[in-house]
Design a protein around this ligand. Structure first.
Ligand code: LLP
Length: 421
């Protein structure tokens, strides 16, 4: 459920008409709903009720500091995968003891940064990384809690670019090496293994792969405990999918996901962490764009927008579907005709949707891309020298720009021409 609804034929973000925001801020832009973000956090919190747990929002989905502050204020922890994300979490006021550091290639500089600023745990992904963290922690005179990310070799049945839990993927350590790895950690100074980590992929629309992975985690917990390791924390990753085609898809609910957690690892007396990103941020955001031209092609009409693949890359990168809706609803009974919806960037890949039925549109009309709050703004680039688009947060009847649109001058000022040129 989200808070982007039509009232009197006009799309609203909570209580604010979308055209009002577009008028003030300009298009294209992202709009997020605070109420939806809060609700999605609460739904997970309720799903894990009764279990000792921490919801570590996955910063990569939407890393705006205002969004992180909103999450942090509700008691969320965060999952970060870079020094930059760590610094954003700190800038949002999230204490180190609620920050988990994941990722396959943490550098020594990133390890130092997090150890200086405080960290809940590192999720380690390889033996060389374990040894590097041991060296860094020892040099700083600290002992750091760690988990090891296991690769459970389960098929997440999602898009190949976002599946991570098969043995051929670069992520984690094969589960059959686990005992040797935990024994090595015990022998390394500066590290204390306190748990197990797993994350099998993103946009999962079936609970079975979660169940299969978490059953393996439960078995491993018993094995490692028998070896004398003090396993008290299980990080179960993120990945629960969202409906992108409203009305046509019904992925499992957080409550059902929570039940799988309860059934597989609920009685192990461990603190449970999960790292949802998309389910919290995805349907909490829309991207709003204006029609620049309606162009007639051979047998099809092109709707040329002021947003492009650099602003929202998911359709060209993953063939992802986003519902695209007119901000002002058409009169009932108006015919919908197929449109190819494209941006102005100079490649054919800059296509958001093909043959999408839309009522007649004209220059200046607004459209909204739904489900754009996760992996939207964070994956944007300045390709074709298009400045990054602004982000707005709505809360009830008011809104604020939470990232401004840079001017051309600001964008260009980062380049430097050497004086010898
Ligand atoms: N934890 C780890 C270690 C991850 O790698 C990810 C996502 C998450 C948590 C959060 O997963 P979520 O709950 O959001 O599914 N750019 C792609 C998605 C990449 C996901 C990468 N890892 C997309 O636009 O679909």
């Amino acid at each position: 459920m989200d808070h982007f609804l039509y009232r009197d034929g006009v799309l609203h973000a909570e209580d604010v008409p979308v055209p009002d925001i577009a008028r003030v801020v300009g298009t294209p832009l992202y709009i997020y709903s605070a109420a939806t973000l809060r609700r999605h956090f609460q739904v997970f919190d309720e799903a894990l009720a009764g279990m000792d747990h921490l919801i570590c929002y996955s910063v990569k989905a939407n890393s705006n500091v205002a969004v992180l502050k909103l999450m942090g204020d509700m008691g969320a922890g965060v999952d970060v995968v870079s020094g930059g994300e760590y610094m954003r979490a700190k800038a949002a006021g999230i204490p180190g003891e609620r920050i988990v550091f994941s990722g396959v290639g943490k550098t020594r500089a990133e390890m130092r940064l997090a150890l200086e600023g405080g960290i809940r745990q590192f999720n380690l992904e390889s033996e060389p990384e374990m040894r590097a963290l041991s060296e860094v922690a020892t040099a700083m005179g600290v002992t750091v809690p760690v988990t090891v990310r296991m690769n459970p070799d389960v098929d997440a049945r999602t898009h190949e670019k976002i599946a991570t839990g098969k043995s051929e993927n670069k992520f984690g350590i094969p589960i059959d090496r686990a005992r040797a790895v935990y024994d090595e950690i015990r022998a390394l100074p500066g590290l204390h293994a306190i748990g197990i980590d797993v994350h099998i992929g993103s946009q999962l629309t079936d609970l079975q792969p979660f169940r299969a992975a978490y059953e393996k985690v439960a078995q491993l917990t018993a094995l490692l405990r028998a070896d004398g390791h003090d396993i008290t924390r299980l990080d179960l990753g993120g990945g629960l999918g969202i409906p992108y085609e409203h009305g046509n898809e019904a992925p499992p609910l957080p409550m059902e996901y929570g039940q799988v957690i309860r059934e597989t690892v609920g009685d192990l007396d461990c603190e449970i962490e999960i790292e949802p990103g998309r389910l919290i941020a995805g349907n909490s955001g829309i991207m709003v764009s204006s029609v620049i031209y309606l162009k007639q092609g051979e047998g099809r009409d092109f709707l040329i927008l002021d947003a492009a693949m650099n602003d929202l890359v998911r359709p060209s990168m993953y063939d992802a579907h986003h519902d695209i809706v007119p901000v002002t609803e058409a009169e009932p009974g108006v015919d919908r005709l197929p449109h190819d919806i494209v941006g102005p960037v100079c490649e054919s890949g800059d296509t958001f949707a093909k043959a999408r039925p839309l009522p007649p549109m004209k220059d200046g009309d607004l459209v909204a891309f739904r489900s754009a709050g996760a992996y939207g703004a964070v994956m944007a680039s300045e390709y074709n020298s298009r400045p990054l688009i602004p982000e707005v947060l709505v809360d009830g009847d008011h809104f604020a720009v939470i990232r401004a649109r840079p001017t051309y001058e600001e964008m260009i000022a980062r380049d430097m021409v050497p004086e010898w040129l």
